[in-house]
Design a protein around this ligand. Structure first.
Ligand SMILES: [Zn+2]
Ligand SMILES: [Zn+2]
Length: 213
């Protein structure tokens, strides 16, 4: 089957979070993943892709992944999706602003809850619940396009930290072993920060997951 996906991924916000716009050329619809800052830039990219945003989805509720979500929700009149287990972090937005040393922002609550195996509205994607970095961390898997958005669960040759509130080292190891390393070796991985990689490369070279599979 020919892919109808178009995608742009680019770093935004105070910690260089990789934001992705994933669009389906058949429908003209796209989702925005992790708009962690630079709302004007994200709006421009969506325009240049000639797409209509249907929802904003989040891999987890660290502020560097949703700093622009309130502004974009208003700009596009769309819903904000998050795994419910991260609601306590989302609501701690003021504390997170202090930690990032940025001015306070007001943030509407998420509108809807992501859950394990939930279907996304573009490109036959699904949500994988991959807790550990946070209790509500999820990854987004697009089987047809062999693409994984891994949030802060899996990075190129690293994994997400688990020493922040709600972090769980054993859980992140289980998530990576059971949910991510069962994907095809050739699957492209777009992590929450830093360069893209693939599942096979991480199985071979990621020092944090050796002996896990
Ligand atoms: Zn994070
Ligand atoms: Zn992050």
């Amino acid at each position: 089957m020919n892919s109808s996906m178009i995608r742009e991924s680019f770093p935004v916000g105070p910690l260089g979070c990789n934001c992705s716009i994933i669009g389906d050329q058949k429908t003209g619809h796209c989702v925005v993943v992790d708009p962690g800052g630079n709302p004007e830039l994200i709006i421009e990219k969506v325009k240049s892709m000639r797409m209509t945003v249907v929802e904003i989805i989040h891999t987890h509720a660290h502020l560097d992944h949703f700093l622009a979500s309130g502004i974009l929700r208003t700009a596009w009149d769309v819903r904000l999706w998050l795994h419910k287990n991260d609601l306590f972090l989302w609501r701690a937005v003021e504390l997170q602003c202090r930690m990032l040393q940025i001015p306070k922002v007001s943030m509407p609550d998420p509108s809807d809850w992501l859950y394990d195996d939930m279907a996304l509205s573009v490109c036959n994607g699904i949500c994988l619940h991959t807790p550990g970095h946070t209790p509500g961390s999820v990854s987004f898997w697009f089987e047809q396009d062999n693409l994984l958005i891994s949030g802060d669960t899996l990075f190129q040759e690293s994994i997400g930290r688990t020493d922040l509130p709600g972090g769980d080292h054993r859980a992140i190891q289980n998530s990576i072993r059971e949910r991510l390393f069962s994907l095809p070796e050739a699957a492209l991985v777009v992590p929450g920060h830093g360069p893209e990689t693939c599942i096979g490369h991480e199985k071979q070279f990621n020092p944090f997951v050796q002996g896990l599979f």
